[in-house]
Design a binder for this molecule. Structure first.
Ligand code: B16
Ligand code: MG
Length: 216
């Protein structure tokens, strides 16, 4: 494997908790019940699609203008949470794995649905690890469409079948598989059933495993 692609939320940092707070705030304002369980359905899903789902949950239909106002409001709220982020929010052992790959000059990309990926990486001090950032600002077709990962591979100059993707969402695993890449799930093996391999988190990924990936 020659190229490594990382999802952001749920793989590098746990921003899902901040997305939850911001969606919950808006849902409360709209009188829609929204729980942490509901938030699970929003993981890896674009901001626009999340709001569509929220409004479907509340049985609401709104004009495009109002829709965009709420999207903006949710994002402003989310930004107020992520503005306080720092390196302490990087998920366990992520820096160890990134350092291992960087020391070997392995091209690395970020492949995320978020339009806020770049400022988040900057806040936690990981931006410089990535040769390219492909995020929700550039991708038209959301995961499970493979567009985000295919563009990342193209920018890395590595063919898709020589890329590994780390993902926490089922839609992301499907996208990696469709791209013809090796998919590694980070999370629950009972949920990420279509991944080529699943680890609870990066603490379970040891040097032997990384060596094997690079040799494969
Ligand atoms: P934003 P990922 C995704 O990030 C989140 O999992 C998802 O909950 C969120 O709605 C999406 O980013 C868009 O985020 O509102 O910041 O553009 O997992 O693809 O890194
Ligand atoms: Mg994710």
């Amino acid at each position: 494997m020659r190229g490594f692609i990382f999802d952001l939320d749920g793989v590098i940092v746990d921003t899902a908790k901040y997305h939850y707070l911001a969606w919950k705030h808006l849902a409360d304002e709209l009188g829609i019940t929204f729980t942490e369980e509901d938030n699970e359905r929003f993981k890896g899903v674009s901001r626009k699609r999340c709001l569509e789902i929220l409004l479907e949950m509340g049985g609401m239909e709104v004009s495009g203008e109002q829709f965009n106002r709420w999207l903006h409001e949710k994002n402003e709220d989310y930004l107020s949470h992520i503005s306080k982020m720092d390196a302490s929010e990087i998920l366990p052992d992520v820096p160890r794995v990134l350092d291992y790959l960087r020391d070997r000059n392995i091209p690395m990309a970020l492949g995320s649905a978020s339009k806020n990926a770049r400022p988040i990486l900057e806040k936690v001090g990981l931006l410089s690890y990535f040769n390219t950032i492909v995020d929700g600002n550039e991708v038209v077709k959301a995961k499970p469409d493979p567009q985000v990962f295919l563009l990342a591979a193209e920018r890395l100059g590595v063919s898709p079948n020589q890329c590994v993707v780390f993902e926490d969402a089922l839609a992301g695993i499907e996208a990696a598989n469709k791209a013809g890449m090796q998919s590694i799930g980070i999370g629950d093996p009972d949920i990420l059933t279509e991944a080529d391999a699943v680890f609870r988190d990066f603490t379970e990924i040891d040097v032997d495993y990384l060596r094997g990936l690079l040799a494969g």
